[in-house]
Design a protein around this ligand. Sequence first.
Ligand code: FAD
Length: 490
Amino acid sequence: MASIAVIGSGFSGLSAACFLAKEGFDVTVLEKNESAGGRARKFSSHGFTFDMGPSWYWMPEVFEKFFRHFGKSPSDYYSLTRLDPSYRIVYSKDDYLDIPAGGENLCAVFDRLEPGSGTQLKRFLEEGKYKYDIGINQLVHKPGLSLGELLDFNLVKGAFQLHVFQSISAYIRKFFTHPKLIQLLEFPVLFLGATPENTPALYSLMNYADMSLGTWYPMGGMHKVIEAMVQLATELGVKFEFNSLVNALKMNSKNAKGVVVNGTFRSFDYIVASADYHHVEQHLLPASHRQYSEKYWSNRVMAPSSLIFYLGINKKIEGLLHHTLFFDQDFKQHANEIYENPQWPSAPQFYISCTSKTDPTVAPEGCENIFILIPVAPGLDDREETREKYFDSVLQRLENLVGQSIREHIIFKRSYAHRDFIHDYNAFKGNAYGLANTLWQTANLKPSIVNNKVQNLFYTGQLTVPGPGVPPSIISGEVVATELIKRHHH
Ligand SMILES: Cc1cc2nc3c(=O)[nH]c(=O)nc-3n(C[C@H](O)[C@H](O)[C@H](O)COP(=O)(O)OP(=O)(O)OC[C@H]3O[C@@H](n4cnc5c(N)ncnc54)[C@H](O)[C@@H]3O)c2cc1C
């Protein structure tokens, strides 16, 4: 039984570990932090339990398929609730839009803003479904190792319908003109880490995921999914070692001999690195065995970082849903300060997850669990006073927009940004969610899952195929495990 070290216990590492253990490998997950989940860890304080990263459970089918590979279902581990409305968008005080969970109600919202746009939406989502079916069921499962893979599945034939070469920004404007509808349809692209102008229209599959497949919530929090995957992995025989920092990969000429963990060498037959790709290549591998230079990395378009505030509030807050997006400021300006001219934003849009609206277990009775997220450029100088400045201004805007006092009801507060992403996850430039899905960083153009100089080293996670987000990270683990297994048997 060949032994495999999986570096990191985020979604991608856990997924890879499960597939490899099922194949009969002796799998050990080495995780630097004291608990599993990576960017999707949780923490508890003052009776509140916070999901630290992801909060949108989209594409439930990807989770179902994952568990089905092992004869299981998500419902064996956690229960899902479909949110309706899916989310709220706040434009200004007393001007907001609740997005119903699909169907005719959603079309009616569109028609009210722009007559006839409900019918347009149906056509838009049908095209999104086509892209989702090809994209999520086929394209994302390609390891991105040869162009033949893409020809192989008829991409060329479908390229026009997949809209790979036009931007989602232009594409949405062919269907809709009302600025609120355009903004609503461009929002899911934020998950992909680039502006709508730089994101291929292929990703209108995200609108289909949002509006047709729905926004779900695992009761207990997103971390329930991590707990489920750890339990499954353990059932499959995976061993977990926490507080285990991998310091280096040790090489023979074309092979890795093993890893140094907390200063001690450990021998393994294969290594699957699910920690941030840049960290593994530039800090764990000797220079002779890297495939990408520091210049290559500095030319990549990273997804944004985030300034996050986790707040415990000792009262209920009206005017928030489980997910509320605050689009009361100009997105163009904010996007420019994230992507084109990276700097701390002058007047950022922000997002609040308030899980206590759905889940009584995440906050003491009568209290509210609030997660405020401001997308910001990676690589910024992250200081305490900067965080506080944004905290003050965002809180003031929030109080004004929902018309209630909040500040004096805060009984717990924690902030999180670049410094924490780097400290906790070795994140390149403090990125929150990896490498952006621009056209030039799609599929085969992403950093490779294999290292041509080290035969037994593989990479997975949100900096390689298929990209950032929980469902892609889970698929990434499967893709890399499949490739490793294939190579092992040849
Ligand atoms: C704030 C935030 C909000 C998000 N919101 C959403 C959302 O709503 N929906 C969604 O689908 N996605 C969302 N995402 C994206 C999603 O969370 C990620 O794409 C996904 O969790 C990444 O998983 P991963 O396995 O690639 O990486 P990670 O979760 O980062 O896992 C890598 C692991 O490697 C470990 N590691 C690093 N270096 C070492 C070392 N030297 N030795 C040992 N271990 C090491 C790290 O500690 C970490 O546990 C969000 C992300 C963030 C940060």
